[in-house]
Each structure stands twice: as structure tokens, then as C-alpha cells.
Design a protein around this ligand. Structure first.
Ligand SMILES: Nc1nc2c(c(=O)[nH]1)N[C@H]1C(S)=C(S)[C@@H](COP(=O)(O)OP(=O)(O)OC[C@H]3O[C@@H](n4cnc5c(=O)[nH]c(N)nc54)[C@H](O)[C@@H]3O)O[C@H]1N2
Ligand SMILES: Nc1nc2c(c(=O)[nH]1)N[C@H]1C(S)=C(S)[C@@H](COP(=O)(O)OP(=O)(O)OC[C@H]3O[C@@H](n4cnc5c(=O)[nH]c(N)nc54)[C@H](O)[C@@H]3O)O[C@H]1N2
Ligand code: SF4
Ligand SMILES: [Mo]
Length: 769
């Protein structure tokens, strides 16, 4: 194997048995170890002690909510939250000398991990046409360059503006306002690749795209489903809420092709029993489902509930709810009674008795919650799957009351807020009307491009300008090679970023890096010190106030960058007070309060401890669908066809990464150490395929009519994943996800359902790419 360049990790795999419990004392040790490797003890102390406290810094990690004020611990964060925040608070710096030293091509050959480890970006830089280096540029010249490109496009629809869910509400609002005043709805976001399927299904059935439960509901539920979610890694403090629910008597059913550590047992580091004892068992029942089998599971369950009602009329279903609040029940029952058990068992890989036991759990429970994440949304039939979950909840009226409801568990800390602020390529007319009334311009009405369609448009030359507010688009998007080619077709690509990533190395003719303040940093503007606001997965909107000295004096806030970009591009044309917005974010919130329902009197209410909980109409018995009723739906499924000798691959997160950014090559809970290029396969499938443990294979994805896509040189790890399936890490495997392979209706990439073949590795690869 070629020697990795200096500073790159070596591939050196060791495999230990997967963990049977999550968190506990080792997690605390790991968190501090990573934090102190990045930053000073004082900075780590500031970030950790103010994190998730009233008036402090909101964790930049996931969107799980904080307990109510007065019920928070002194250390109200998890191991991974500590890593995420100190990855931003790092004292390492990327300086102009760094860009003189490395060409863009050289940076493009470095790993995602290495790029992130170089530290915080400190100055705006530009890569000019024909050059292979980034060089310094003043802020003024950077805005002039961007404005010149934008004003020279033939149509505003030749520009796209991508947002990732770490951006705060104020920046998100300003970005969508600028894009629409400029003339386009091309506002793709990470949500297109994340919970888009949930949004479509919930809108269609309930008339609102958001989850209906709060933290108290989790505590009060007596049955909780965790479907397609790995909370121990991705939403660690969800485990504290689940522990509380269990102490209150709840049962938990986990549905997953992998027996994840956090689903099995939890040792709460904040409680003596977690530090000394063996912790709390999380899942009472574990359904080792085949990937993509969840729609079939809920259909089977729904059929069993209808049959239980036949046996005990009036005792099983909630007829009051069904009659007064829903439509489509008759058609739904007709369809549900006809589903075939053979199909259900084949799709789920479960035994009928296992599903019958779940029915019994359901019948014993008054208050049921279903939580789900990417294991559901990233499949071809994701939208019908979420609709079927809604059918399931409605049958027993598990909506709109305490301890019950639908809980799509959101990813990025403010991904939900960005949508509330109008970051969506298809905002409804009510929002656009409100913008028009408030600002006096006519926003474009035609739907814009989402993430997948933006890539297609760039590839075909229909989009020439790409600007990202946070994120790492080329690594997050599917079909890496196709996406990279598409980005390179652009006339200009620009990224508002805190840290270096691969997207900065895949440049349009001209490319800009616009470095920005992170959430941890003090944000001082002409109007004084500012805070931003964010919305968590349970619709609570609250403040986040940075405490640290900025990584460089040159940095501008996201809001400042966007307001200046708008001024340079639009001049005084719109009458929108960009300068005032930059000086005082309260002026932005005043406007938001007149546009977003539920955020009236935003400035005053948001600074109260705990902030504002946006009302969910479902919890007030209102279903804003066209008929005013919640809708039962009939859902057909088509399982992906997996030819003999092939496996269904899911691409997922390790314990030690933030989306496209691996922090270390380890995945402690799954027992993987030292190398991320591994593929987890069931031992029985390995022998069927004639493959050995530790063998090096290429993953080859097969897609109708297309040339094969190949991810080279992965080491085989026998692992108890469901039969017929395999798992490997994202983003290394995004190259395998065809751009055309999307969920029906939501257009979300199918990152959890890719048909692959494992071939003995043709070459052992350089470890850097
Ligand atoms: N530490 C850390 N935390 C994060 C992130 C991170 O990268 N690192 N990312 C954040 C973001 S943006 C998001 S969206 C969330 C993602 O949170 P998750 O959705 O938990 O993330 P994934 O790693 O994609 O894991 C998906 C889970 O679904 C299971 N699964 C896969 N296919 C199926 C299926 O067909 N059926 C069922 N029932 N299960 C299936 C997998 O085995 C895995 O346990 O996490 C957020 N939190
Ligand atoms: N194959 C596969 N692909 C997937 C997924 C999968 O499960 N499998 N998951 C999908 C999902 S759920 C998501 S959400 C997307 C994630 O896609 P993105 O949200 O685009 O990616 P991130 O990795 O979260 O972006 C990290 C970068 O954001 C920048 N950043 C961090 N903090 C800040 C900040 O405060 N301000 C600014 N301006 N920049 C900041 C840094 O430069 C950092 O390098 O990926 C999707 N892609
Ligand atoms: S659970 Fe999520 S929000 Fe809470 S500290 Fe951990 S990463 Fe941050
Ligand atoms: Mo996400």
C-alpha cells in the first residue's frame, strides 16, 4: 500500500465485538479527549459549561431538545455534542500561508478528516479562473465579484443558494429574502436529503410537516417505537429521555437491521446508577428488520389491529377520533385487510409471531409514540412508509394528546428552523404573500430546484452560480463523481463556511471561500452584541449566544455576509433595510414575527427561559389539509429488487463523525477502530457469497442502464446486520448512490437502499482519498 502523506491517518483496522450499551463513563473520557486535542482547557470549559444552558450556546450538533429550564444538569450535553462544539472552538487555523502552500488539486486529494483537522478558516479567499491556488481577497472585492456574476446571469434561476441546517434562523431568513428579492426560489437544503420524505408524508396526511410530540410526551408515553434511528450516536440525549420514560413504565420497541448499542442499554453518565451500575435496558423488543421492510411491518401491524377490532368490536380502535378527525378510513381498511402475509414476512424478514407480539404491546398501551429518522426517509418508498406510520397512529387516536404522536427526529440543530424561515424551494403561497405584503416586492411563485434537481441543472448548464450557507454539498449529495462534475461546470461557486471541506476543492471557474463566525463566538455588530435563534426537533425556538473570541478578527457573521451580498447585488432596489438587519438582528426578528405564524412578539418572547414552543395544529385538533381532516392512505410498496449475489447497502454514520466530517477513523460502539473503509455483512451472507472476513472488496452499485459505480477497497467485517443487507459509512460511499435513485414524491436520495455487488478488490488504494 502507498504511504499516506504526512498527517493523514493510516488504514489500520482492528475489530472488537460491538458494544452492548451506550454512553457511561468512557463517553465522558472520549469527549474530553477530543475537546482538549482541539482547543485549550479554558475554551473547552467555556463551551461545555454554557452549552444548552438558558442564555448559553445551543449545541451545534443534533436537534434533540433540552429539558425545561430548571430541569437541566450542570453538564447538559452528550459526548458527541462536546466533540461537535469543540471541533468548532478549535485553536487550529487555516491561514493565507496554508493556501500558498497547497494547491487546490493537492487539497482535493486529502481526506475529509484531514481537511477538517486543519482548523478554522480565517480570511476570505478566491480561486480565479485558470489558477490552482486560493489567494486572499478583501470582503469588498469578494462581494463585488459575487454581485457581478449574479447580475450578469440571463435569469435569476441560473443561481442556486444551498443551506445546511446549522445556520441560525436570522441568517436563513435573510438568505431566502435575498434569493426571492433577487428573483429565484432555488433554495435547496440539506433537508432535501434528510427528512424531506417525512415532510411530504406528514403534510399530505396531517396538513403539517413537523412532528407532534414534545419532550414531556416522550416521558409520558407508555409505548415508544424507535424506527430506523441510532440514538446512541446521533441523538445521544434522547437516551436520557427514553430512560426517564422507562422509569415511568414505558416499553420500547426498536426496529433496525443493526443491533445498535444505544438501542440495547444506556448508562447515564449524569446519574450514579449509570456510572456505577449496568444502566437501563432501552429496547424491550428488538425487531431485526430487513432494510426497507418498515412499510410492510406497519401494514401488517395495522391489519392485526383491524382484526383485533373484529374480535372485540369497539374496544380496539378509537372510533371517536376516526370519525370526527379523519377521512379515507373505509378505503384504507379495505386495502389493509387485503395485504398478504407472505409478502409482509418476506419484506420484513420477521416471523409473524414477532409482529403479533408488537400488536399485543400496542393493545396494552394508551399512549404510543413513533420516532424515526434516516432508516425510514432514505428509501424509495419512504413517503408511503411514513404515511403508513400515520395510519398506525390514527387507528387508536395516538395523535394530538399527551404521551402520543409522530416524532421525526431531526438531524442538524436548526434544520427545522431554517424551513420555518422559508428555506424551501416550494414555500406555500401564504408565506410568499406575507413576504410580499411586508417587503413590497413580488416573490417568484414557480417552485425552485431542490438538491437533486440543482445537480441536474448544473450538469446541464442551466445553473451557473452556486452559493452555500454552511454544509459540504459535494460530499453530502449522492453520486459524488456526477455531483463534482456538475459543480465544476459552474461559473462561480462560493461557500460561507467555518471549516475547510471537500466542497472548497471542487471549484467552479471562479471559487470563493467566505469564512464566518461559528455559533460559539461572540457576534458584535454596529447595534451591539447579537444572539441568534434556533428551533429544535420539537418546535421550540430559543436563543444561542456565542461566548468565545472569534477565530480571526476578519471573520464576518453569516448575517453580515448575506446582508452585504444583498446590498452589493440589489443596491437600494428593494427598499429592504439590509444595513439595519446587519446592525441589529432584532430588526430581522421583528420582520419574521409578522411573517411566520406563531412567532408574534418574537423578540420579547424568545428571550424568556425556554423560549417559544411553536404550536402544532394537530395538538389543537386542527388538521390543515384541504378537507380539514387527517387522511388515511392506502400504501403499496415495491421492495428493491436485489438480484442473486447482491446485497442491499445502507450508508450510515459512525459514532465519530459529523455528517460529511469524520473526526477519527473509529466507530467505538460498533467495534470498528482505525479504518472507515469497511463493509459490514452478515456472516451467513459472507459464506453464501464466498467472501472471507478481512478480505478487501470493491463495492459495485448496479443501476438500470447506467455504467456501474465503484467504491474501491473496503475491508469485509462480519457483523449481525439483517440478512441480505450491508452497511458502510457515508460519505465514502456516496459515489455509489445514483443521482436518479430517489424516493418517490419527495425526490430524496435513497442512501439506505442501494443494490451492490462485492467484488475482490482490484487495487489496494491510497488511503488519502
Ligand atoms: N454524532 C452525530 N450525530 C448526528 C449526525 C452525525 O453525523 N453524527 N448527523 C445528524 C443528522 S443531519 C441526522 S439526519 C441524524 C441521523 O440520525 P440517524 O437516522 O440515526 O442516522 P444514520 O447513521 O443514517 O442511521 C440510520 C439508522 O437507521 C438504520 N436503518 C437503515 N435502514 C433501515 C431500514 O430500512 N429500516 C430500519 N428500521 N432501520 C434502518 C441503521 O441501521 C441506523 O441505525 O443524526 C444527526 N446527529
Ligand atoms: N450517502 C449518504 N448521504 C447523505 C446522508 C446519508 O445518510 N448517507 N445523510 C444526508 C443528511 S441527513 C444530511 S443532513 C446531509 C448533510 O449535509 P451538509 O449539511 O451539507 O453537511 P455537513 O457535513 O453537516 O457540513 C459540514 C460543513 O459545514 C460547515 N459549517 C459547520 N458549522 C458551520 C456554521 O456554523 N456556519 C457555517 N456557515 N458553516 C458551518 C463546515 O465548513 C463543515 O465542513 O448529508 C446527506 N447525505
Ligand atoms: S444530544 Fe444532540 S443536541 Fe444534545 S448535546 Fe448531544 S449532540 Fe448536542
Ligand atoms: Mo440530516
Amino acid at each position: 500500500m502507498k504511504k499516506p502523506p504526512s498527517g493523514e491517518p493510516k488504514d489500520d483496522l482492528t475489530v472488537t465485538p460491538p458494544k452492548k450499551w451506550a454512553v457511561g463513563p468512557p463517553a465522558v473520557v472520549h469527549a474530553l479527549g477530543y475537546s482538549l486535542g482541539q482547543t485549550s482547557p479554558v475554551r473547552a470549559g467555556v463551551t461545555l459549561l454554557t452549552m444548552n444552558q438558558v442564555g448559553g450556546i445551543d449545541c451545534p450538533g443534533c436537534a434533540w431538545p433540552d429539558p425545561a429550564p430548571g430541569h437541566r444538569h450542570r453538564n447538559e450535553y452528550c459526548e458527541n455534542g462536546a466533540k461537535h462544539i469543540n471541533d468548532e472552538a478549535t485553536t487550529r487555523r487555516v491561514t493565507p500561508a496554508f493556501f500558498r502552500r497547497y494547491t487546490v488539486s493537492e487539497l482535493g486529494r486529502r481526506s475529509d478528516m484531514w481537511l477538517n483537522q486543519q482548523g478554522r478558516l480565517t480570511e476570505p479567499v478566491v480561486k480565479r479562473p485558470g489558477r490552482d491556488h486560493y489567494e486572499p481577497i478583501s470582503w469588498h472585492d469578494a462581494f463585488e465579484l459575487l454581485a457581478a456574476e449574479l447580475t450578469s446571469l440571463d435569469s435569476p434561476d441560473e443561481a442556486v443558494f444551498y443551506t445546511s441546517g446549522r445556520a441560525g434562523n436570522e441568517a436563513a431568513f435573510v438568505l431566502q429574502l435575498f434569493a426571492r428579492a433577487y428573483g429565484t426560489n432555488n433554495l435547496p437544503d440539506c433537508s432535501n436529503m434528510c427528512h424531506e420524505s417525512s415532510g411530504f408524508a406528514l403534510h399530505e396526511t396531517l396538513g403539517t410537516g413537523k412532528g407532534t410530540v414534545g419532550l414531556d410526551d416522550i416521558h409520558e408515553a407508555d409505548l415508544i417505537f424507535l424506527v430506523g434511528q441510532n440514538p446512541g450516536t446521533n441523538h445521544p440525549r434522547q437516551l436520557s429521555a427514553l430512560e426517564q420514560a422507562k422509569l415511568n413504565g414505558a416499553r420500547i420497541i426498536a426496529v433496525n437491521p443493526l443491533p445498535e448499542a444505544g438501542l440495547l442499554r444506556f448508562r447515564n453518565p449524569q446519574k450514579a446508577r449509570g456510572v456505577i451500575g449496568s444502566g437501563v435496558r432501552i429496547a424491550d423488543r428488538f425487531l431485526h428488520i430487513r432494510p426497507g421492510g418498515d412499510l410492510a411491518l406497519f401494514q401488517g401491524l395495522n391489519r392485526l389491529l383491524l382484526e383485533a377490532e373484529d374480535a372485540r368490536p369497539g374496544e380496539v380502535l378509537n372510533h371517536d377520533f376516526i370519525q370526527s378527525c379523519t377521512s379515507g378510513f373505509e378505503e384504507f381498511t379495505e386495502h389493509a385487510r387485503a395485504v398478504d402475509w407472505q409478502d409482509i414476512l418476506a419484506a420484513t424478514g420477521l416471523a409473524r409471531e414477532e409482529i403479533e407480539k408488537v400488536r399485543d404491546d400496542v393493545l396494552r398501551s394508551e399512549r404510543v409514540i413513533v420516532c424515526w429518522a434516516m432508516g425510514i426517509t432514505q428509501h424509495k418508498h419512504a413517503v408511503p412508509t411514513v404515511r403508513e406510520i400515520v395510519n398506525f397512529l390514527m387507528l387508536r387516536g395516538n395523535l394530538g394528546r399527551a404521551g402520543a404522536g409522530a416524532c421525526p427526529v431531526r438531524g442538524h440543530s436548526n434544520v427545522q428552523g431554517d424551513r420555518t424561515m422559508g428555506i424551501w424551494e416550494r414555500m406555500p403561497d401564504s408565506f410568499l404573500d406575507a413576504l410580499q405584503q411586508e417587503f413590497g416586492f413580488e416573490p417568484p411563485r414557480a417552485h425552485g430546484l431542490d438538491s437533486v434537481n440543482s445537480i441536474k441543472a448544473m450538469r446541464e448548464g442551466r445553473v451557473k452560480f452556486f452559493l452555500a450557507l454552511a454544509g459540504n454539498f459535494v460530499r453530502a449529495a449522492p453520486d459524488s463523481a456526477v455531483t463534482e462534475d456538475a459543480m465544476r461546470q459552474c461559473r462561480l461557486t462560493a461557500h460561507i463556511s467555518t471549516k475547510l471541506n471537500r466542497s472548497h476543492t471542487v471549484c467552479g471557474r471562479t471559487a470563493l471561500i467566505l469564512p464566518t463566525l461559528g455559533r460559539t463566538e461572540r457576534d458584535i455588530q454596529a447595534g451591539g452584541e447579537q444572539f441568534v435563534t434556533v428551533e429544535n426537533s420539537m418546535s421550540e425556538v430559543h436563543t444561542s449566544r456565542g461566548r468565545l473570541e472569534p477565530a480571526s478578527k476578519v471573520l464576518l457573521s453569516e448575517v453580515a455576509i448575506l446582508c452585504r451580498l444583498a446590498r452589493h447585488t440589489l443596491g437600494g432596489r428593494t427598499g429592504i433595510p439590509w444595513e439595519r438587519f446587519e446592525a441589529d438582528y432584532g430588526a430581522i426578528r421583528d420582520r419574521i414575527s409578522r411573517i411566520v405564524p406563531g412567532l408574534h412578539d418574537f423578540n420579547r418572547r424568545v428571550t424568556r427561559p425556554g423560549g417559544i414552543r411553536l404550536p402544532n395544529p394537530v395538538n389543537e385538533g386542527v388538521f390543515p389539509t384541504p378537507t380539514g381532516k387527517a387522511r388515511f392512505t392506502r400504501n403499496a410498496w415495491e421492495m428493491p429488487h436485489v438480484p442473486e449475489g447482491h446485497l442491499l447497502l445502507q450508508t450510515l454514520r459512525s459514532h465519530d463523525q459529523w455528517n460529511t466530517v469524520p473526526y477519527t477513523p473509529d466507530d467505538r460502539y460498533r467495534g470498528i477502530h482505525g479504518n472507515r473503509r469497511v463493509v459490514l455483512v452478515n456472516p451467513a451472507d459472507l459464506s453464501l457469497l464466498g467472501l472471507q472476513e478481512a478480505q478487501h472488496v470493491d463495492l459495485v452499485s448496479v443501476w438500470a442502464g447506467d455504467a456501474e459505480r465503484r467504491a474501491e477497497d473496503f475491508e469485509v467485517v462480519p457483523y449481525p446486520t439483517a440478512r441480505g443487507s450491508a452497511a458502510a459509512y457515508y460519505p465514502e460511499t456516496n459515489v455509489l448512490v445514483p443521482l436518479e435513485s430517489v424516493a418517490d414524491i419527495s425526490n430524496q436520495p435513497t442512501s439506505k437502499g442501494i443494490v451492490v455487488r462485492l467484488e475482490p478488490a482490484a487495487v489496494r488504494r491510497d488511503t488519502t482519498v
